[in-house]
Design a protein around this ligand. Structure first.
Ligand SMILES: Cc1ncc(COP(=O)(O)O)c(C=O)c1O
Length: 456
């Protein structure tokens, strides 16, 4: 029997990316979320939080579609609970694949389903390898990714992830990957096109150093999450496309976060006028009403997979699960019906303006950056953008922030995988009232941080 409301403890569960010992008996109380409504969630004590992070960038349509999703789920489970995509198929996954191909940028018309983001990233790598092998280039075994970028933690995807601390315990990466500069304009002396030129020339230098015909893939997020919503400078994505084409490298846009409306488009690359060869998605594909990921593949890259006697040497038992596919289809229907992308377009400037106001009001905010409903404020120790040292970051981001956010009733992400940031990614159905609520609570938390850390 479930314990009485409000009395849950960590018990036997190991929490992901968590200092598990913090929640041992006598330690901090674990926040246990048991209910959601609109852009809000409620813990087992009945405390209400505004979900300023969409449950880790997933809850695009918020939490109020359970009944509708439940009806779809019940119908699908009664019709067909499960079938694989291994040599057979089922209607919801086929329909979803066509639907996604219809939404994707031109020429991206094949879809391989997975259970989540890391699996999608690894599947994309394997599809890229198939392509190079079929083209007589088996030596293309290397990848280029960006510093601090997060592309997942299963061992293949972890190779692309550029956060050293996540990799060090696990030995040599499975895939040889060179990490290049990311697009943090705030921490660069250059801006605009000059920054673009420098970043692209660094990538090209790395390619030449490694040997252009040894590189299989360049992987990047349209707006990089880790490091705090690092937007590309002008022309950056078009530049990636040009470089990839110049050297026969495939361009992989990892849209696990930026896909499905986070930047106001179904695919973030659309915003940057670029058509990659591979796109990975997960999270928002179902708005997290079920776990699912996918790789979207250009016709060019998929072509060898249709050659006589060639087998796609990859498969995931639950990839394309009928329940998840049916829910994803319903999610897309809700996106259209409720004008989810339109909501992001209509409110993006207002959200930016609210965050810029925070910067005006609070010297601890050094930079505001992002796009769509995906924003970070970078936290600084002085008016010159001074960085907090390791000890200060520990106190600020892991000591002060979690309880302060909790007390303020705000779910947001305090992070220092790169520089110190507080990140938000509101549900895409948020109206002005919700956005006000999020930013007001950020103000409370950041004003407290400023007092605590003795900033002027
Ligand atoms: C850009 C990106 N790629 C891949 C992943 C891995 O996705 P998952 O946690 O579903 O395996 C994430 C997760 O946050 C991500 O942000």
């Amino acid at each position: 029997m479930a314990p009485q409301a409000g009395t849950y403890a960590q018990g036997s569960a190991l929490l992901h990316f968590t200092r598990n010992g913090n929640f041992a008996p006598g330690g901090s109380e674990l926040m246990v979320v048991e209910r959601g409504e609109g852009a809000y969630v409620f813990d087992t004590h009945g405390n209400r939080y505004v979900d300023g992070l969409s449950s880790l960038f997933c809850a695009q349509i918020g939490y109020s579609y359970g009944e509708e999703m439940g009806t779809v789920a019940a119908g699908q489970l009664q019709q067909l609970a499960f079938n694989t995509m291994w040599g057979t198929a089922h209607p919801p996954a086929l329909e979803l694949a066509d639907r996604l191909a219809g939404l994707a940028p031109e020429g991206i018309d094949r879809v391989f389903f997975t259970s989540g983001g890391s699996e999608a990233v690894e599947a994309a790598w394997k599809i890229a390898r198939h392509y190079h092998l079929a083209n007589g280039e088996p030596q293309r075994l290397k990848a280029i990714a960006r510093n601090i970028a997060y592309h997942g933690v299963t061992l293949g995807a972890l190779s692309f992830t550029g956060v050293p601390g996540y990799k060090e315990p696990f030995g040599e990466p499975a895939i040889y990957t060179r990490h290049v500069f990311n697009t943090n304009a705030y921490r660069s002396e250059l801006a605009g096109e000059a920054l673009t030129a420098k970043l692209l020339s660094e990538i090209e230098d790395v390619i030449i150093e490694e040997g252009p015909d040894t590189i299989a893939v360049i992987i990047a997020e349209p707006v990089q999450n880790a490091g705090g919503c690092l937007v590309p400078p002008p022309g950056y994505w078009q530049g990636l496309r040009r470089i990839a084409d110049r050297y026969g490298i495939l361009l992989h846009a990892d849209e696990v976060i930026t896909g499905f409306g986070r930047l106001g488009e179904y695919f973030g690359v659309t915003r940057y006028d670029t058509i990659p060869d591979l796109i990975t998605v997960a999270k928002g594909l179902t708005s997290a009403y079920a776990p699912m990921g996918a790789v979207l593949v250009s016709g060019k890259v998929a072509a060898p997979l249709y050659e006589d006697k060639r087998t796609l040497m990859h498969g995931i038992t639950f990839g394309g699960h009928p329940l998840c596919a049916a829910i994803a289809l319903k999610n897309l229907e809700i996106f259209e019906r409720e004008g989810v992308l339109e909501n992001v377009h209509a409110r993006e400037d207002g959200l930016r303006a609210r965050l810029e106001q925070l910067k005006e009001d609070l010297p601890i905010v050094g930079d505001v950056r992002g796009a769509g409903f995906f924003w970070a404020v970078e936290l600084v120790r002085d008016e010159h953008g001074g960085r907090f040292d390791a000890d200060e970051r520990e106190r600020l981001l892991r000591g002060y922030m979690p309880p302060a956010l909790f007390k303020a009733g705000l779910i947001a992400r305090a992070d220092d995988r790169g520089d110190s940031v507080l990140q938000i990614a509101p549900p895409l159905i948020s109206d002005d009232q919700v956005l006000d609520d999020i930013v007001e609570r950020m103000h409370t938390v950041l004003a407290g941080a400023q007092r605590e850390f003795a900033l002027a």
